[in-house]
Design a protein. Structure first.
Length: 388
């Protein structure tokens, strides 16, 4: 089964906005309350409280006089906050995430989840949300499938959205046969966002750089305003609008690019490097440029779209010498530096464009990796022997 997420903007009334803010605050309170209980129980008695215990404790808490206001909020959303905390601890013990932290009113994302009872009326452009009833929405596209979990959120620009997870009644397509002539190597860069092994280059749009001057002006003005003033709030929204525009431009570019890569009829396999983006961001000279290109988001989009459309996606090791290796004879140029955009092989005399040469080698390394296990008969091993 395929699961897809659809995000729509909702247009609540003033009364509905008050209820939404109450939901955001209550869910955050329950999360922090449950986290505090778990920490104290372990510190004092070395006792681990599970999700079911906390849900029962929440029911008793709502009966107390000072916490009666929790009954005004959809009960299942409060229970989902506890489940999310339980999942956060599971990820921590599996060393997939840091220890769960208390959620701040000002820094944490305002959102809550609805596991059921949400209905979408495409004809009248309305969404039925428990406790809020019918809310106007911008339903720009329809979907078919079973609705699962819904998430209501608020952006930094004070816009409200609902994300619907839909289970589509379709099976994932089978993977296409790997063939050397249907494989493309992808080298990610900063000047050019993407370079393929067949010589194609996709320029980097640099959305952050385009809006940086205006963003810096607003940041300076914001720093001079008085805290909690109306002028500060107006500037904050203007600044958040710029960041939201940059994020939307970036997502639109990456969605279109990954769609194009996964819909090439003559391509069955895509190969790219397994980059450690977090470590690369520690380079203060390149951190802003690396953040602007969003390699991690590109990898995420490409991964699930390859699953949807039956393409093979292969990652090679991040320490493979793809740039320093001659794609013709396999000789390695050890003194190659980052500023060298072109270089000549001392062994065979071939002149290389650094990025295209790297993309060709990435393709070859990927095919060699596949050759280690169930090497497809359609791939000629002899043609790959030049890479070592």
């Amino acid at each position: 089964m395929i699961q897809k997420a659809y995000k729509f903007e909702i247009l609540p009334t003033t009364e509905q906005k008050v209820l939404l803010e109450q939901h955001f605050g209550s869910v955050r309170f329950v999360y922090n309350w449950a986290l505090d209980l778990k920490k104290k129980a372990y510190e004092q008695d070395k006792k681990k409280l599970d999700c079911f215990y906390l849900v029962t404790a929440l029911t008793k808490l709502k009966q107390e006089e000072q916490y009666k206001w929790l009954n005004d909020v959809f009960s299942q959303s409060l229970q989902m906050a506890i489940r999310n905390l339980d999942n956060a601890f599971t990820a921590f013990f599996r060393k997939q995430n840091d220890f769960p932290k208390f959620k701040s009113k000002h820094k944490s994302k305002a959102s809550y989840q609805l596991p059921q009872k949400v209905r979408i009326d495409f004809e009248n452009s309305q969404v039925f949300i428990p406790k809020l009833k019918n809310v106007k929405a911008v339903l720009h596209r329809k979907f078919d499938g079973k609705m699962k979990t819904c998430t209501v959120s608020k952006s930094k620009t004070n816009r409200y959205f609902i994300s619907v997870l839909v289970e589509v009644n379709e099976d994932l397509p089978s993977k296409q046969v790997v063939a050397e002539n249907a494989t493309v190597g992808i080298d990610l860069g900063i000047k050019d966002f993407l370079i393929t092994s067949d010589g194609k280059k996709v320029s980097n749009p640099k959305f952050l750089r385009q809006s940086e001057q205006r963003k810096n002006v607003l940041q300076r003005r914001l720093s001079r305003t008085q805290k909690d003033s109306k002028a500060r709030e107006r500037l904050r929204i203007k600044l958040a609008t710029i960041h939201e525009k940059i994020a939307n431009q970036r997502k639109d570019f990456l969605h279109k690019l990954t769609y194009q890569l996964t819909h090439e009829n003559q391509v069955s396999t895509l190969v790219m490097e397994d980059l450690a983006v977090g470590n690369m961001l520690k380079n203060h000279c390149l951190s802003k440029s690396i953040s602007d290109v969003s390699w991690s988001m590109f990898r995420s989009f490409l991964s699930y779209k390859c699953e949807w459309y039956g393409k093979n996606l292969v990652f090679i090791g991040r320490f493979e010498p793809s740039s320093k290796t001659c794609s013709v004879c396999g000789c390695t140029k050890k003194d190659l530096t980052l500023k060298d955009r072109t270089w000549k092989c001392e062994n065979c005399g071939t002149e290389h464009d650094r990025d295209i040469n790297a993309a060709i080698n990435i393709k070859k390394f990927g095919l060699l990796k596949l050759g280690g296990k169930d090497f497809p008969s359609s791939i000629n091993k002899a043609s790959l022997s030049s890479v070592h």
